[in-house]
Design a protein around this ligand. Structure first.
Ligand code: NAI
Length: 322
């Protein structure tokens, strides 16, 4: 594979124009990349282009559009495509965003494997399918990896880069550089693991949250406050390891002081919850008091969440340490 090829804007193909495909298209265009947006369902592409236009215009109006180009400039970089060969022709990076279905994704990567050359990176947005299941046996396996974004990617910059055992280091390096260039915050996993890093942490939190509510220790509403008004306040700025480091005279001091207490509490953790039955009903009812589960209320709450995330992202960039 050639050396890093993203010093000048080049072509990117986004395959699948749903929720995540649209976000990727906007992010790539914000950094000046030409984007071809392909979908097996042509009406989806038309719909995606309309919704991208509306979102970019609204972001521009609220002074929140990323990148140095205006909305029209960015929109002119994104074109819809109904032919996969045409979509990937000349692309330096292909970002796959089709539904989370192993067979569907394997078929798509086999198809891409047959039509791409050896210069392109083939990247999957998969949230949980392991690279060894997605890419094994492909001729271009060295050029494949998972680049897992976090919803909504336009406001939450993390991208987990997960290699197949045969992925070339240059593929990871190139994708890392590309993600930085479009303003995302990539992290590298050295090997694949179920749930990658983000969902392993998320599931650990959800699991203990569920147990505390199921055992009646705390109400569902108060449990969420423990995160949103407690742990989450600092986790938006520093991670759990730096939290340890700062909460004592450095990490070793923290381990010295608190490891026995932590191990004592950790030994009391219960089994994996079932996430069903009476506990699920109780949590569901409590959540619906706050946000009724009809499409309008859910959409309004998501919009509010996205506005909060946008403001938080701005605050974080203003508060970067010198
Ligand atoms: P979606 O259902 O909104 O969009 C999928 C799109 O792929 C649809 O427009 C569909 O017509 C198209 N499609 C289906 N088969 C195709 C094919 N063979 N070729 C081209 N296009 C095809 O799905 P969404 O939510 O955008 O998810 C896409 C990927 O991103 C999944 O792997 C998902 O796990 C991952 N992801 C999703 C997140 C989320 O919160 N929605 C977060 C992070 C990753």
């Amino acid at each position: 594979m050639a050396s890093p090829a993203f010093s000048a804007p080049g072509g990117v193909a986004v395959v699948g124009s749903g929720l995540i495909g649209r976000s990727w298209a906007m992010l790539f265009a914000s950094a000046g990349f030409k984007v071809k947006l392909y979908d097996v369902e042509p009406r989806q592409v038309t719909h995606a282009l309309d919704s991208i236009r509306k979102e970019m215009k609204s972001l521009e109006q609220s002074d929140s559009l990323k990148g140095s180009l205006g909305a029209e400039g960015q929109l002119s970089l994104i074109s819809g495509c109904s032919d996969i060969r045409e979509a990937v022709e000349g692309a330096l990076h292909v970002q796959e965003c089709v539904p989370e279905n192993l067979e569907l994704k394997k078929q798509l990567f086999a198809q891409l494997d047959g039509i791409v050359g050896d210069q392109v990176v083939l990247s999957s947005s998969s949230s949980c399918l392991l690279p060894s299941r997605l890419f094994s046996g492909l001729v271009h396996v060295k050029q494949c990896l998972v680049a897992h974004p976090v919803n909504p990617p336009y406001y939450v910059p993390l991208v987990e880069l997960v290699p197949h055992p045969e992925t070339a280091p240059a593929t990871v390096d190139r994708t890392y550089a590309l993600m930085r260039k479009i303003g995302q915050s990539p992290v590298r996993l050295t090997k694949e693991v179920d749930g990658f890093a983000l969902n392993r942490l998320q599931y650990a939190v959800i699991s203990e949250a569920w147990r505390l509510v199921e055992e009646g220790v705390v109400s569902p509403g108060d449990l969420d406050l423990v995160m949103s008004d407690g742990l989450g306040m600092r986790y938006a700025f520093i991670g759990p390891l730096e939290t340890m480091h700062l909460n004592a005279e450095g990490m070793l001091s923290y381990c010295d002081r608190y490891s026995e207490g932590m191990k004592h509490v950790l030994k009391t953790f219960g089994p994996i919850p079932e996430f069903s039955g009476a506990a699920a009903e109780k949590v569901h009812q409590a959540m619906c008091v706050k946000v009724p589960d009809d499409p309008e209320h859910l959409a309004a709450r998501r919009e509010w969440r996205d506005r909060c995330l946008m403001r938080l992202a701005r605050l974080k960039s203003q508060l970067q340490p010198q």
